[in-house]
Design a protein around this ligand. Structure first.
Ligand code: PLP
Length: 435
């Protein structure tokens, strides 16, 4: 494969854009150079050298219907002719809120809109503190809630810095972070009920709430162990703390009602972003009305010039209408095609005696290289998964015309076809033979 134009453009980019990219993860794309793209449609992308790929990055998740679906294009084009940013209310915003609340199983809820997952997770942490009057919140190792100073701790901490599993350290993911917020975050190992009990016991009356990815999409797509999500909810309630599900990835992706519907566990609060607008920048907080009241009356402040802008609301409306009109078949097909791909990859792994391992739920799953039958936490991943081998595999897949993310997460879209799945499995067979 020839990447000459991407090389040339990247060299030009480094002269004007820091590091040549606008989000750090893009530097690590499994390619000889961060690729430049000229077009994307459905399940496919074309780079500046004319190479065609089946894309499983799908914007890191937002493109639930594939790239640039016609029904979103139409709605956005129509609505944006009437203006872009009102900084005021309009009916489309209500329609999105109403449709979303019909899908989310949380009873008696209210929503607020913002523009990114990072932003909405900031809001929910402020709200949890504001509502309970407590100073700290708890997050788990391996979970990602955006890149801000208050949350960019212990996402994937090196084990020699992470401290003991009984009392993990808050390890900052970046230089330059404000050191103050470290006092406000309690870090805990996930999928371990006793660890959470211990964390609450060590900080009596101090923890305002717990935020967690209900399905740990940012580390191996780890499922909560049976009964774990229920236990987290119980422990939060017993300690007077709120529970927030960060559904930025799982929301509107694993089911219409997100991970809440999938797991049958309803938290006090939930944050959404990526799939809600099928590729346009949007985020949404949903929460029990009595908690949301202090947001509604301004006791907890929230602002944003671009919140509920016309294009994002048009795209969200088109996305949710599409899901509602398609009915349950939408998720049966989306998850089913993903499960089909997972099965195909497992078969190829067995045939080639490779350590390739998949886990997840179909519409979103992860590829890693390990001999363990299941990975259950970040520490488990760090000890048992061969990330260097995954990276080689992803590079070999690119050569076969399949675009995988640097972190192993696969985002299925409703635009992926059975033929895409078949081609991907064949590509994996050839890629595994080369590594
Ligand atoms: C679970 C989760 N929460 C929050 C975020 C942050 O969202 P954004 O990239 O829109 O700021 C992400 C991004 O990948 C995410 O995966």
């Amino acid at each position: 494969m020839n990447f000459d134009n991407s090389h040339r453009l990247f060299e030009r980019a480094t002269r004007v854009v820091a590091g040549g990219v606008s989000s750090q993860i893009r530097v690590n794309e499994p390619a000889p150079v961060p690729l430049f793209f000229t077009r994307a449609e459905g399940s496919r992308m074309w780079d500046a050298d004319g190479n065609e790929y089946i894309d499983y990055i799908q914007g890191m998740g937002p493109n639930l219907f594939g790239h640039a679906p016609e029904f979103i294009n139409r709605q956005v084009e129509e609505d944006m002719r009437k203006g872009y940013v009102y900084a005021a209310q309009f009916e489309r915003e209500l329609e999105v809120a109403e449709l979303a609340l019909e899908m989310i199983p949380m009873p008696d809820a209210r929503v607020r809109f913002a523009t990114s997952g990072t932003e909405i997770d900031q809001l929910v942490i402020r709200l949890m503190r504001g509502y309970t009057g407590r100073p700290k919140y708890l997050k788990f190792e391996g979970h990602y809630h955006g890149w801000m100073d208050s949350v960019n701790y212990s996402v994937h901490p090196p084990l020699d810095q992470a401290g003991s599993p009984e009392s993990p350290e808050a390890v900052g993911e970046s230089q330059g972070m404000d050191t103050g917020p470290a006092d406000g975050v309690v870090i805990c190992e996930w999928n371990d009920v006793e660890a959470l009990e211990r964390a609450f016991a060590a900080h009596p009356g101090e923890i305002a709430g717990v935020i967690m990815e209900p399905i740990l999409a940012n580390t191996n797509c780890i499922m909560p162990l049976p009964g774990y999500a229920e236990e987290v909810k119980r422990i939060c309630a017993e300690n007077g703390a709120l529970l927030c599900f960060d559904e930025v990835i799982t929301g509107f992706r694993v089911a219409a009602g997100g991970a809440q519907e999938y797991l049958g566990v309803i938290p006090d609060l939930a944050t959404y972003a990526k799939s809600l607008a099928g590729g346009f920048p949007v985020a949404m907080l949903a929460g029990r009305s009595e908690i949301m009241e202090i947001l509604g009356n301004g006791t907890v402040y929230h602002g944003g010039s671009f919140n509920s802008n016309v294009m994002s609301m048009a795209a969200s409306y088109a996305s949710l209408r599409h899901i509602a009109d398609a009915g349950p078949a939408f998720y049966t097909e989306l998850n089913g095609r993903g499960l089909h791909l997972m099965d195909g990859l497992r078969e190829v792994a067995a045939e080639t005696e490779s350590k390739l391992h998949v886990q997840g739920v179909g519409s979103v799953f992860s590829i890693s290289f390990t001999t363990k039958p299941e990975i259950v936490s970040w520490r488990d991943h760090a000890r048992n998964c061969d990330d260097a081998m995954y990276s080689q595999f992803a590079k070999a897949m690119l050569e076969q015309g399949v675009r995988l993310s640097s972190n192993g997460r696969i985002h299925m879209s409703s635009a992926h076809t059975d033929e895409d799945v078949q081609q991907t499995v064949e590509a994996a067979r050839r890629a595994l033979a080369t590594i």
